[in-house]
Design a protein around this ligand. Structure first.
Ligand SMILES: *Cc1c(COP(=O)(O)O)cnc(C)c1O
Length: 371
């Protein structure tokens, strides 16, 4: 059976974990945490990075930092993972779901302005498959209406919008290191803070509402309870694992892009004949090879393709169920029909993509799709 995903280990993970264990410091915000955060700040120019135990946690921190009050409105694409919306719902926000573009699962930036009201506070673009949303458009709306932008960059590590790293454009951004992402630590995530106004408070929220981080830098002589927060920081064991992955970031990305390009080349003739659509990379975006997906012509065709691959021991999977139609939110949604989102819900299928997927397997998958 070719699985959909297989977490890749670089080989140094357990060595670094042992190192952190024998150093006697295994709680959070130690040496490996600092190394990982500095790596991101230096490589991508994020102003401040804080590792978290998941991307969901990073989104929750972002929602607290945005100072969401009950009834505030947050604009989010409906075609996304639950956490994108959940983090803001927990702070009492009302979610205004936006549709996808007709040729890409990303939020249709052209529709956002019509959803803005005096209650709107935040826009949350999700860079689906690591491909950028139209950030110039979104940032200019944010400026015009005085809104905040939180990038859900869970899938978007090492990807760019017009040469700007994703995660560096919005006021805040959230990344994931869940085992299904390009760079992993089992569960894990990171908040990036690009607006100085939020840096001080972010550290406090991260450390259970205390000014502990300042205390350890010697900036205050005692620490105590100063704000809301939670235990958002991961242990050094998680950070040590992540460091082994970051050392191999370039190699991992190179390998994933090779696989992605082989899929694209191999499937292009079928796409040209109209059997399905290949991923459409916007001209302002790069591809970080987080995911290889096809968009079938109907739900029926997609079901047939998934079943056919399964009969041949290949696991392909569909993706999000529209959040505006979810059991939890459908009664709260304003009834607008989001047809592009529903189209991706019905027709999008993801093919296996992981570091150890060899060329023969990719050929085998392509040939199986051809039959
Ligand atoms: C994976 C993912 C998340 C959640 O990440 P966790 O680290 O599992 O909390 C959120 N949003 C998107 C778009 C994702 O792909």
């Amino acid at each position: 059976m070719i699985p959909f995903n297989k977490p890749y280990l670089t080989g140094k993970e357990t060595q670094y974990i042992e190192q952190s264990v024998s150093s006697g410091k295994i709680s959070g915000n130690g040496q490996f945490t600092q190394k990982c955060q500095q790596f991101f700040e230096q490589k991508y120019g994020f102003k401040k990075c804080l590792l978290t135990t998941s991307c969901t946690d990073a989104l929750e921190m972002a929602a607290i930092l945005c100072n969401i009050q009950p009834e505030d409105e947050v604009i989010i694409p409906s075609y996304t993972f639950v956490s994108t919306a959940l983090a803001f719902v927990r702070q009492g926000a009302k979610i205004i779901f936006a549709d996808s573009q007709n040729n890409h699962p990303n939020i249709d930036a052209e529709q956002i302005e019509s959803l803005i009201t005096p209650k709107t506070k935040v826009i949350v673009p999700v860079h689906y498959a690591g491909m950028a949303c139209d950030m110039d458009k979104i940032m200019s709306l944010a400026e015009k209406y005085n809104l905040l932008v939180v990038e859900d960059a869970a899938q978007a590590i090492d990807s760019y919008y017009k040469n700007k790293p994703l995660g560096s454009i919005g006021h805040l951004a959230a990344f994931s290191f869940h085992e299904t992402k390009n760079i992993i630590s089992g569960e894990g995530g990171m908040l990036t803070i690009n607006d100085d106004r939020f840096i001080h408070r972010a550290e406090i929220i991260w450390e259970k509402g205390t000014n502990r981080a300042e205390f350890f830098r010697g900036e205050v002589n005692k620490y105590g309870w100063v704000d809301v927060g939670s235990s958002f920081l991961p242990s050094e064991i998680v950070a040590a694992f992540l460091w082994a992955q970051l050392e191999n970031l370039d190699d991992i990305q190179k390998k994933r892009k090779e696989i992605w390009n082989n899929y694209y080349k191999g499937l292009k003739p079928l796409a040209d004949k109209g059997y399905f659509q290949l991923p459409n990379i916007p001209e302002y975006a790069t591809n970080n090879a987080h995911m290889f997906y096809l968009v079938c012509n109907s739900l029926e065709n997609r079901s047939k393709l998934i079943a056919h691959l399964k009969e041949n021991d290949i696991l392909a999977v569909f993706h999000y169920l529209s959040l505006h139609n979810s059991e939890f939110y459908k009664n709260k949604h304003d009834g607008r029909i989001l047809k592009n989102c529903v189209n991706f819900e019905d027709c999008l299928v993801r093919l296996p993509l992981f570091y150890e997927l060899n060329k023969e397997s990719v050929c085998n998958i392509i040939n199986t799709i051809k039959i």
